[in-house]
Design a protein around this ligand. Structure first.
Ligand SMILES: [Fe+2]
Ligand SMILES: [Fe+2]
Length: 330
């Protein structure tokens, strides 16, 4: 048995405790479903509320709507993320109903995540701002194109990746919630705020699970963390396509950066957060490889910061997207 699998098995009890603490029971009153967050067209009050939702959404800037749609499509490609998770030996669910803490977590995590794309799509449909067919086609392309998680099926690298990504989505959804709130859109604010709170819980799980790995196998964890960072953390929606714009993901990211929903500075902050949380600089590695990994990780945020200082923004016209009503989308 490889050392990695041994380590992952040795921390299973703690992973189970962590998962129980972090997951929300489905039937708990505090648990939400997408239907709770949008008006019910079967009632008169619901129909009136749909008008309110539409008039609030009408006040949002095109660029905030575009970034919300990009986030929605990212959430909708969830099948790719569950598939990615299950490619990693040691945490994967071999039968689909495995009773290990890792397998139970991966299913419950997916089940919580499934609500995100649904809630955002319901809002998008009612908002009247979005060309839903173009959004759906983009999602279909994205899932079909796949996602390379770039971990080489290394389960330690997967825990680094998920720690980063859950933090990144937390930042992104919370910022959309805040900007929607400033623009007076209560529905979008609430949806993105609740989705962001889920991402925060998931980030807490992955960071804590990775910390258990750092405690049990510091050298292996350092090497895996450095390896993931050298390859750069993959962006789940990087292969999105709408049938016409070959630079769709780059254009979406550029707008997210410009309106401050998700920026390169945030990526560096997440790097620093992980360095601190996993005590990277205070560990005492035994092998040369792990010592090199530690030095690399400690210097990385500073190096990235220098690069972002040289970053030039570029103009991305709203007409590059098919996702909005009233532009190329209609
Ligand atoms: Fe999500
Ligand atoms: Fe997530």
């Amino acid at each position: 048995m490889s050392l990695q699998i041994e380590v992952l098995q040795s921390i299973e009890k703690d992973v189970d405790i962590l998962a129980t603490e972090i997951l929300r029971p489905v039937d708990d009153d505090s648990n939400w479903q997408p239907t709770d967050l949008v008006p019910d067209p079967a009632t008169d009050e619901g129909c009136a509320e749909i008008q309110t939702l539409k008039s609030q959404a009408a006040e949002l800037s095109d660029r905030l709507v575009l970034v919300t749609v990009g986030n929605l499509i990212t959430e909708e490609a969830l099948p790719s993320y569950q598939t990615a998770f299950n490619r990693h030996v040691g945490v994967n669910d071999l039968t689909g109903v495995d009773d290990t803490p890792w397998a139970r977590w991966s299913r419950a995590w997916t089940a919580e995540e499934k609500r995100h794309g649904v809630a955002m799509s319901l809002w998008a449909r009612f908002s009247g701002r979005i060309n839903m067919r173009a959004v759906e086609a983009t999602t279909q392309h994205l899932i079909g194109n796949g996602f390379d998680v770039r971990t080489g099926s290394d389960p330690y690298e997967l825990l680094v990746f998920t720690s980063f990504q859950e933090n990144a989505t937390l930042v992104s959804h919370k910022n959309v919630a805040q900007q929607a709130g400033h623009a007076g859109d209560r529905h979008l604010q609430k949806i993105c705020s609740l989705v962001g709170t889920d991402e925060a819980r998931h980030a807490r799980f992955y960071k804590a699970a990775a910390r258990l790995v750092f405690n049990a196998d510091p050298d292996g964890a350092l090497v895996a963390f450095a390896s993931m960072m050298k390859k750069q953390v993959g962006m789940p929606a990087e292969r999105m396509y709408d049938g016409s714009n070959a630079n769709l993901f780059a254009d979406f990211s550029e707008i997210a950066q410009q309106i401050g929903v998700y920026t390169s500075e945030k990526y560096i902050e997440i790097m620093e957060l992980c360095n601190q949380y996993w005590n990277v600089e205070k560990l005492v590695p035994q092998s040369d490889d792990a010592r090199k990994a530690q030095d690399f990780l400690a210097s990385l945020p500073g190096r990235y910061r220098k690069l972002t200082e040289r970053r030039r923004s570029r103009e991305v016209p709203v007409s590059s997207f098919t996702w909005l009503m009233g532009t190329r989308g209609t």
